[in-house]
Structures are given as structure tokens and as C-alpha cells.
Design a protein around this ligand. Structure first.
Ligand code: IMP
Length: 431
């Protein structure tokens, strides 16, 4: 089976854009299956930087099929902005096709207002991206959501918006004390305009994917965020509102699990997190500041500074187990160059007990976890020109060997710089 799923093993921002782009180049079909424009995948193609939030990363390449699956929540205004941006810069090749699942749910203006209002009154803020992601998934599960397919029928769209708006206005005003008030008519008109532009992309994407798989085409399932933000298995409640682990590649795209294929886990050589929530290996010191600065650790979506810390293999092991990850793509190894010593967290100490394989279920317990470190000697050589593992300094190889052994995975790829060429490919991408 030639298909591959790429899953973040940490709290997102593992450097997905570059790695997904390398895989996308070798794939025929690229599918996003969850999340929304809370994600931000940065691509540099032909020296042009593009940040994609919703459209699968293959869109900039010729003769690809890009699919936004049913598990994604779509803000149509943002999606059109993204389409217009890449089209106006001549980056959307004519022979590349975009399809949007008719079953994907829409983010409505009141979802964004609710996201902001909830964060404002919360005693413990999550630090969401403010894109309306949580409230849109809430409506999906409550069976009151509006789907892409609804856009295509003016009457249905209007009825659904009319049913939702008074309720959302009441919640915003009476529960959250907000002053905003949405008009069903205005939203209906606005979304009808989006419908006219998006109509050409809407399809039964499960059928399209099945057809391509039957033809033997290579499919890349492009995960967003990371395992520790998974709604079930992440550091709840400081998580996003979708399943970020590989199981959702199936439900979120309408492809049977047997077709998912190999799972590659993305693992940054250290750990970062945006938003709130416990982070055992966080470094609130010069080293953390150095990682933030040299790694350019700013969120691609919100521009927020990312919190930085040492690599935490308890998190990565949990991700390996949850998604059946067989290989890791290690990113930003070059950011560690020049450090005398480097730490890897191999376990936590919690109330006198040692934890090595799984995060505690309780967030209060997780906040009490103290990291247990293994120390590794650093390297000072510039590694950006390395194209094979053998080109790396001995201490960098020791660091990687330990990660692979400890997580019982292979290393598929190592990123040693921001550009596409600055990559060591150790395994065939699609086998
Ligand atoms: P939401 O997904 O906007 O509801 O945000 C929930 C949490 O997930 C917040 O801590 C966000 O910072 C985090 N988050 C959401 N999307 C991403 C991402 O793509 N990368 C990193 N963190 C994210």
C-alpha cells in the first residue's frame, strides 16, 4: 500500500509545512481531514513563501488532487481568501484540482464571536486561535451545524441560518454579556455569495478518493495540529476540538482505515507549545529564549510566541502508540547546533512514581509531573549541508539514535534547515 499519513507527535507546529510539501510532491492526492484555519502550514516553493491554513499543501504543485475532507470545519471567507491569494500570485496550477467535501461543516460568524466570548469569561483560558473552531465542532456534534452541501440550496441555507441565529444571539448576549447581534438575513446573503464561488469545488470526496485509490494513486493524509492537542487523548481541556491522531484520517476523509497505509510522525528536535496548559519540559530561561529566537518560534496563524522546552519523549511515545507511527520525521535539528549539552525527557516523576509511557489522564496531575532527563553532549558544527546521516556530527547521530531506539521507530527524514534542500531523506517516501 502506497499511502502515507503525516501526524504531529507534539503540540502542533512541528514544522509540518516543509515536510508535507516534500511528501506532497511525491503524492498524487493530498487530503486534509480535520481542523480548520487554526492550522498554518508554511511552504516555500520557487522562493515564494505561502502559508496555507485550509487548503491541502499539494495545491502549489502541478497535476495534484487536493481534498478538504468532511472532518474539516471551513470558514468560507478564509477559504476564498486563500484561493484568491494563490491564484493571483499564479501559484494554483490549472491542472491541479481542489475538491471540498459536501459534508464538511461551516464556520459561521457567530462561531467566531462565541469563541472570543467564551475565552473572555473563562477562568482558565485555553488560548484558542479565535477562529471559531470549537463552537463549529460543538454545533456539528449537537446536530445543529450547517454543512458545505447546505450552501448549494439557498432555501435550506436560509432556513438553517434562521434557526441558528436567534439562539446564538441569545447565548452571546444573555450568557456571555456580549453586545453583538447577528442578522440571519445578512449572513444568508453573505454565505449565498460564497456558495456561488465555492460551488465548483463541492463534491462527494469519499467517492473521489476511493476512485483514485482504486487506480493505485498515492494519497497523502495531511494531519494538522498535533497529538497532544487531540480532543480525546491530548492534554484536555487545553486541546483543539478535533481528533488529531491517525484514526481521524479515516473518519475525516471517508476512506477505510485499511487504505491509510504508513504513518509518519513529525517530531521537532525540541518541544514547543502555543496557548495555555501544562508543559513539563518548558524552559523559562536563556535556553528557552534561544530556542524561540533561533527556531523563529512564532505561530503561523496567530503570530503568538511559542513556548519552548526540551524534547519530551513521553509525549512522542504516546503519539507513536496512538497512531501506530512506524517512522519519525525529525525537524529543526539545526536549531540545537551550538549547545553544550542537550536534554531529552524520558519520563516524569509524579508523587514519587515514575511515568514513562503515557500521560496522566488528569490535567492537574500532568501539571505536577517533573521531567526526568537524559543528558546528551551537543555539537558545534554547522549541519545544514548534511544530506546523509553519515554527514552529521557524531553527537547529532547519537541524539537521533537515542530518539529512534527509545520510541521504537525508524527515522524517515531529518530536517537540517528551512529550505527544502536542507533535508536528509533516510527512507523512501512512498513505498
Ligand atoms: P483552537 O483549535 O483554536 O480551538 O485552539 C485550541 C488550542 O489548540 C490552543 O492552545 C491553540 O493554540 C492550539 N492550536 C490550534 N491549532 C494549532 C496549530 O495549528 N498549531 C499549534 N497549536 C494549535
Amino acid at each position: 500500500m502506497g499511502n502515507v499519513a503525516i501526524i504531529g507527535t507534539q503540540w502542533g507546529d512541528e514544522g509540518k509545512g516543509k515536510i508535507v510539501d516534500i511528501f506532497a510532491d511525491a503524492a498524487n492526492v493530498i487530503v486534509r481531514f480535520h481542523g480548520g484555519n487554526n492550522a498554518g502550514h508554511t511552504l516555500v516553493v520557487n522562493n515564494q513563501k505561502t502559508v496555507l491554513h485550509l487548503i491541502p499543501s499539494g495545491i502549489l504543485r502541478d497535476k495534484k488532487i487536493c481534498v478538504i475532507g468532511n472532518g474539516v470545519v471551513i470558514d468560507p471567507a478564509e477559504l476564498l481568501k486563500e484561493i484568491d491569494d494563490i491564484s493571483s500570485r499564479g501559484l494554483f496550477p490549472k491542472r491541479t484540482k481542489l475538491f471540498i467535501s459536501e459534508l464538511a461543516h461551516l464556520i459561521m460568524p457567530y462561531h467566531k464571536a462565541l469563541d472570543a466570548a467564551k475565552e473572555q469569561v473563562a477562568s482558565k483560558k485555553i488560548g484558542t486561535t479565535g477562529r471559531g473552531i470549537g463552537p463549529a465542532y460543538e454545533d456539528k456534534v449537537a446536530r445543529t451545524g450547517i454543512r458545505v452541501g447546505d450552501l448549494l440550496d439557498k432555501k435550506v441555507l436560509r432556513e438553517k441560518i434562521e434557526a441558528s441565529v436567534p439562539l446564538k444571539n441569545a447565548i452571546l448576549q444573555k450568557v456571555y454579556g456580549a453586545t453583538c447581534s447577528f442578522s440571519a438575513q445578512e449572513i444568508s446573503e453573505e454565505y449565498s455569495r460564497y456558495a456561488e464561488r465555492l460551488r465548483e469545488y463541492v463534491a462527494n470526496t469519499s467517492v473521489i478518493l476511493a476512485r483514485e485509490i482504486a487506480k493505485g494513486k498515492k494519497v497523502l493524509f495531511e494531519g494538522a495540529q498535533g497529538t497532544q492537542l487531540d480532543i480525546d487523548y491530548g492534554t484536555y481541556p487545553f486541546v483543539t476540538s478535533s481528533n488529531t491522531i491517525v484514526g481521524n484520517a479515516s473518519t475525516g476523509s471517508g476512506v477505510g482505515p485499511a487504505h491509510i497505509g504508513r504513518v509518519v510522525g513529525l517530531c521537532k528536535a525540541y518541544t514547543t507549545r502555543v496557548g495555555e496548559g501544562p508543559f513539563p519540559t518548558e524552559l523559562n530561561d536563556d535556553i528557552g529564549e534561544r530556542l524561540q529566537r533561533i527556531g523563529c518560534e512564532f505561530g503561523a496563524t496567530t503570530g503568538r510566541k511559542r513556548r519552548c522546552g526540551w524534547l519530551d519523549l513521553v509525549l512522542v511515545k504516546q503519539a507513536v502508540r496512538l497512531s501506530g507511527i512506524s517512522s519519525l520525521a525529525i525537524t529543526k535539528l539545526d536549531v540545537l547546533t551550538g549547545m553544550d549539552k542537550i536534554m531529552i525527557c524520558v519520563g516524569y516523576e509524579l508523587a514519587g512514581k515514575k511515568i514513562t509511557d503515557a500521560l496522566p489522564a488528569s490535567i492537574a496531575d500532568f501539571a505536577q509531573c517533573r521531567p526526568i532527563y537524559r543528558e546528551f553532549p551537543g555539537w558545534s558544527e554547522n549541519i545544514s549541508a548534511a544530506r546523509e546521516i553519515a554527514d552529521l556530527p557524531r553527537n547529532a547521530r547519537r541524539y537521533l539514535d537515542f530518539i529512534a531506539k527509545h520510541t521504537q521507530t525508524n527515522i524517515a527524514l531529518i530536517s537540517v534547515g528551512a529550505s527544502r534542500e536542507e533535508t536528509i531523506i533516510c527512507e523512501e517516501l512512498f513505498s
